[in-house]
Design a protein around this ligand. Structure first.
Ligand code: HEM
Length: 345
C-alpha cells in the first residue's frame, strides 16, 4: 500500500504541473497559436509538432471542414504548433493518467477518509471535463466564452488539487500552521474571503473576454497616460451599448471595485492584527491584496507600454494571466483553510 504521504507528494507535483500547463495555455494565446493544432487529440493528423507548411496545406485540402477563421492559406510556425502541442501533451499524457493513478492509489489506501475519496473523485471528473472543454475551445475557434470556460475549469481543477492536498494533511493530522486558522477567525473572515475569491474570479473571467476578442485590448485607445489608462479614450466612464465591444472598460471598472474591497479587507486585517486577533489569516488577506494590486499595475503597464511599431508587449499579458490565477488560488486556499476544521492556533 502506498502511504498517504506519497499521495500528498504526488498531489503537490500535479498542482505544479497544472500551473506549468496554465502558463503554456497563456503562451498559446499570446502567440496567436490557439488553432495551430486544428484537430484533437492529433495535431494536423499526427502526434508530432514539426508540421511543415506543405504538410499543413495538404491536411487542410483533405479536411476542408476543419478550416479555421484564419482561412486555409494561413500557415503556423513550428513554435506556434509546439506551444499548443506541449500544452496538450502535458495535460493529456501526464496530468490525466497521474490524476487517475492518484485517485486509484487513494481508493486502495486504508487510511483514506471520505473527504479524500470525494476530493480525488472531483479532481478526476474535472481533468476529464478539462480535456472535453479543451476540445470545445479548438472546435469553437477559441471563441471568447469557450476560452473563459476553459480557464474557469482550469482554476476549479487546481482548487480541487489543493483541497485534496489539504484533506490528506487532515487525515495525517499534519495540517501546517500556515494554513491552520482558529475557528473564531475563520468564522469572521469566511464571508470576506468568499467575496474576494468571487471578485478575483470574475476579474479573470471578464479579462478573458478582453484577451480573446480581436482589437478588444485597444478599445480604450493606445495614446498612453492618462487617456488610454486610467481613462478609457479620455473618459472615466462611457454608456454601455455593447457588452462585448466594451469588455475592456467593464473589466477595468470591475477591477477598480474589487481592488477597493481588497484594500478595505487589508485595513480591517491590519486592525485585527494590532488587536492580536486574526492569526495567520491576516497574512493571507495581505498576500492576496499584494498580488491583486501588483497585477492591476501589470494590466496598466500592458496598455502604457504600447508601441506604434511593436504593438503590445504580450509577455505582460501572460504575467497578467498567471498573477490573476495565483491571486484566485491564494484566496481559494485560504477559503479551504477556513472551512477546514483544525485545532488551529
Ligand atoms: C489540465 C488541463 C488543462 C489546463 C489546466 C489548461 C489551461 C489553460 C489555460 C489557463 C489557458 C489560457 C487561457 C487564457 O489565456 O485566457 C489555456 C489555453 C488553451 N488551451 Fe488549455 N488547458 C488544459 C488542457 C487543454 C487541452 C486538453 C486542450 C486541447 C484539446 C487545450 C486547448 C487550449 C487552447 C487551444 C488554448 C488557447 C486559447 C486561446 O488561444 O485563447 N487545453 N489552457
Amino acid at each position: 500500500m502506498v502511504s498517504l504521504e506519497s499521495s500528498k507528494r504526488l498531489t503537490t507535483f500535479l498542482l505544479a504541473i497544472t500551473i506549468v500547463v496554465m502558463a503554456f495555455g497563456g503562451l498559446i494565446r499570446i502567440n496567436d497559436a490557439g488553432e495551430s493544432c486544428p484537430d484533437w487529440p492529433t495535431c494536423f493528423g499526427s502526434f508530432g509538432f514539426d508540421i511543415s507548411p506543405e504538410e499543413q496545406e495538404k491536411w487542410w485540402s483533405e479536411n476542408p471542414d476543419e478550416v479555421d477563421s484564419r482561412g486555409s492559406a494561413h500557415r503556423y510556425t513550428t513554435f506556434q504548433i509546439f506551444t499548443e502541442w506541449i500544452h496538450r501533451l502535458l495535460s493529456a499524457a501526464v496530468l490525466g493518467p497521474l490524476v487517475l493513478l492518484n485517485w486509484y492509489l487513494l481508493r486502495k489506501n486504508d487510511d483514506s477518509t471520505g473527504e479524500i475519496s470525494f476530493a480525488s473523485a472531483v479532481s478526476v471528473f474535472l481533468i476529464v471535463w478539462q480535456g472535453g472543454i479543451g476540445w470545445l475551445t479548438v472546435e469553437m475557434d477559441n471563441l471568447h466564452w469557450s476560452v473563459a470556460l476553459h480557464l474557469t475549469s482550469a482554476l476549479f481543477f487546481s482548487t480541487s488539487l489543493i483541497w485534496l492536498w489539504l484533506s490528506i494533511c487532515r487525515a495525517e493530522e499534519s495540517v501546517p500552521s500556515w494554513i491552520s486558522f482558529d475557528s473564531e477567525s475563520s468564522k469572521r473572515w469566511l464571508t470576506w474571503i468568499s467575496l474576494l475569491s468571487l471578485g478575483a474570479f470574475l476579474s479573470i473571467f471578464s479579462g478573458t473576454f478582453v484577451s480573446t476578442q480581436e482589437g478588444a485590448n485597444q478599445a480604450c485607445g493606445v495614446s498612453g497616460f492618462p487617456d488610454s489608462w486610467p481613462l478609457c479614450e479620455g473618459e472615466l466612464i462611457k454608456p454601455i451599448d455593447d457588452f462585448l465591444a466594451q469588455a475592456k472598460m467593464i473589466h477595468r471598472w470591475f477591477v477598480g471595485v474589487v481592488l477597493t474591497s481588497f484594500i478595505v479587507a487589508s485595513y480591517s486585517a491590519l486592525k485585527e492584527s494590532k488587536d492580536g486577533r486574526g492569526g495567520s489569516l491576516v497574512s493571507w488577506i495581505w498576500a492576496s491584496t499584494a498580488l491583486y494590486s501588483a497585477n492591476a499595475l501589470i494590466g496598466a503597464s500592458y496598455i502604457l507600454t504600447y508601441d506604434m511599431e511593436e504593438g503590445f508587449f504580450e509577455f505582460l499579458s501572460l504575467v497578467h494571466l498567471m498573477l490573476a490565477s495565483l491571486t484566485f488560488l491564494t484566496l481559494a486556499t485560504a477559503w479551504l483553510g477556513c472551512t477546514t476544521e483544525t485545532d488551529g492556533e
